[in-house]
Design a protein around this ligand. Structure first.
Ligand code: ADP
Ligand code: MG
Length: 249
């Protein structure tokens, strides 16, 4: 595929925290419109990799290009960082909504402050995405008046209000009661069908198999398997992935 269709490219990517080397030379690429699930045991570096993609962490070695921006460069300007974060949305396990702001205010804050959108435009955008995640009636509620599933859907709507090119999800359903997982996965599935570029750290193997295009299995800071989602999940090659999947059931 031509370079313009590559959303994220990384080559020999390394990341350490002090003496602890977490990512030990990862290479791969995520194409525009692709949905990639990142799976692997706790502590293997999944969150770290995702955080490198929007520069919440700075890489220590190798190369990383996200949406055409060279993140190997340790000295990005504030403006460049702001542009990157606008283009690359992130949804966290713990939602990270602003508790003192209403749902609507959570959604309109960044479009107004970062993108300079007028109040009316940002409100319209917020209503549009709130209805997309099925929460149009909750605009004036505060986060603590919502269920976990509703909070996460608000967090996804908030990411969408920035018109991102890529959305990163870090275990978006891990903090939810089991009966609320489905409503969040449904919203993500719809985004995937609409062609959003998504990198999703998840323990939902069925979702990874059925909704992702590709699955990357990380183990001890290295990519151990990378392939078509259905193949990786249903026909694992390495003993480590076999044993990981058997523990996930
Ligand atoms: P995962 O998301 O796969 O569970 P993480 O990327 O969160 O793994 O963490 C990988 C390793 O890096 C773990 O050993 C973790 O303790 C360590 N780690 C993560 N963040 C930091 C940090 N800010 N400082 C030091 N060590 C960290
Ligand atoms: Mg993690």
């Amino acid at each position: 595929m031509p370079d313009s269709q590559i959303a994220i490219a990384f080559n020999q990517l390394r990341k350490s925290y002090g003496p602890l080397e977490v990512l030990k030379g990862l290479s791969g690429e995520i194409y525009s419109g692709q949905v990639v699930a990142i799976i692997g045991p706790s502590g293997c570096g999944k969150s770290t990799l995702l955080r490198c993609f929007n520069r919440l962490e700075t890489i220590n070695g190798g190369t990383l290009t996200v949406n055409g921006m060279d993140l190997s460069n340790p000295n990005l300007s504030r403006k460049q960082l702001q542009r990157l974060r606008a283009q690359v949305g992130m949804v966290f396990q713990q939602f990270n909504l602003f508790p003192h702001l209403t749902v609507l205010e959570n959604l309109t804050l960044a479009p107004q402050k970062v993108l300079g959108k007028p109040k009316n435009d940002s409100r319209e955008l917020a209503s549009h995405f709130l209805s997309k995640v099925g929460l149009v009636a909750k605009g004036n509620s505060y986060p603590d008046q919502l269920s976990g599933g509703q909070k996460q859907r608000v967090a996804i709507a908030r990411a969408l209000c920035m018109s991102p090119d890529i959305i990163l999800f870090d275990e978006p359903t891990s903090a939810l009661d089991p009966e609320l997982v489905g409503e969040v996965l449904d919203v993500m599935k719809q985004l995937a069908e609409e062609g959003m570029t998504m990198a999703i750290v998840t323990h939902e193997m069925q979702f990874a198999r059925d909704v992702a295009d590709r699955v990357i299995f990380l183990n001890q800071g290295l990519i151990e398997e990378d392939g078509k989602a259905y193949d990786v999940i249903t026909n694992p090659q390495s003993d480590r992935l076999k044993s990981f999947l058997s523990r996930m059931q």
